[in-house]
Design a protein around this ligand. Structure first.
Ligand code: FAD
Length: 285
């Protein structure tokens, strides 16, 4: 839709152009949310897609995903795929969460090609499965502050509630790094929705690292992603206990599912994730 309060759209070419961001001036990434409803409090947008950040970069720490990486680029980041001169390592099964996380969104192909990973994180919706996949993989956000400094934020601390995150005025999300140990992890994904193509009622994603440690991220069912940590692949009873221990006020309530149903199905999905991770350990022994 047209945003008739917007007077100016600045295409950022360098970091200094982000100085405008804050107050009535917002970051524009893919625009799939910004142009979907009136933005009466905004009069200027700074388009960060002109900064030319490479979508995916293999680094010494792991895989760096630019905030402007589109969902299509993210979903296509499968082992063996070329990243410029580099190739995504074939032994990185952790990237297997990327495509199902994108498919969990209620989004058309048009949105896939323009919506960005950073936009999904910064929007911080409970149904933000792309954000949750990066939480499940223990990603770390690189944030550019308006004073020219940078800060790093573990993604499990980034989203604090529906539509709320820890970014402060003027800050811009630059990228997310998935650490190498998560890229080597085995993963599992489960989703349920009240309608076959409807918005997710609950999504559970798990990773099992090479040393056996596991982390599960519960999302869509909760008002923010909730991470459950285990020292080893959990049994069904350990998973059930961890789900029951989630703060009851976090179970989300909207037309896509009642809180008690979301709690119940999250337990079912989490036990399925655990079973798949246990089976994969058995397979590799
Ligand atoms: C039909 C439809 C279905 C959708 N389904 C879902 C869904 O199932 N789940 C879901 O989570 N979302 C959904 N969305 C919302 C949205 O499309 C996605 O969350 C998308 O990933 C947002 O990315 P974007 O690049 O388009 O963000 P934009 O619209 O450009 O920006 C979104 C917000 O994030 C801010 N922002 C963006 N990038 C940055 C950055 N790097 N630093 C700081 N702030 C930034 C913007 O200022 C804005 O406030 C849907 C939207 C539509 C229209």
């Amino acid at each position: 839709m047209d945003l008739d309060t917007i007077r100016d759209v600045v295409v950022a070419r360098e970091r200094a152009d982000l100085a405008f961001v804050g107050g009535s001036c917002a970051v524009l990434a893919g625009g799939t949310f910004l142009f979907s409803e009136p933005q009466d409090g905004l009069d200027r947008l700074v388009d960060i897609t002109g900064l030319g950040w490479p979508a995916l970069t293999a680094t010494a720490e792991g895989l760096e995903i630019a905030a402007t990486c589109t969902l299509a680029e993210f979903a296509g980041a499968v082992p063996g795929r070329e990243l410029g001169v580099e190739v995504l390592r074939t032994e990185w099964p952790g990237t297997g969460l990327f495509a199902p996380a994108c498919r969990a969104l209620v989004a058309s192909h048009k949105i896939w090609r323009t919506a960005t990973v950073g936009g999904n994180l910064c929007l911080s919706l409970p149904a933000g499965a792309v954000a949750a996949a990066l939480v499940a993989l223990d990603g770390v956000a690189l944030v550019w502050s308006p004073d020219g400094t940078d800060r790093r934020i573990p993604l499990r601390e980034f989203i604090v509630g529906p539509g709320r995150n820890v970014l402060i005025t003027g800050e811009v999300l630059r990228s997310i790094t998935v650490p190498t140990r998560s890229l080597f992890a085995r993963t599992a994904f489960r989703k349920i929705a009240l309608a076959p193509l409807g918005r997710s009622g609950a999504v559970v994603m798990g990773r099992r690292e090479v040393d056996g440690r596991c982390a599960f991220a519960v999302t869509a069912a909760t008002s923010r992603p909730v991470v459950l940590d285990f020292d080893a692949t959990p049994s069904d009873s350990e998973v059930s206990a961890a789900i029951q221990a989630i703060d009851p006020t976090l179970w989300f309530d909207d037309p896509h599912g009642a809180p008690d149903w979301r709690c119940h199905v999250s337990g079912v999905l989490a036990r399925e994730v655990a079973a798949q991770l246990r089976a994969e350990v058995g397979d590799s022994q």
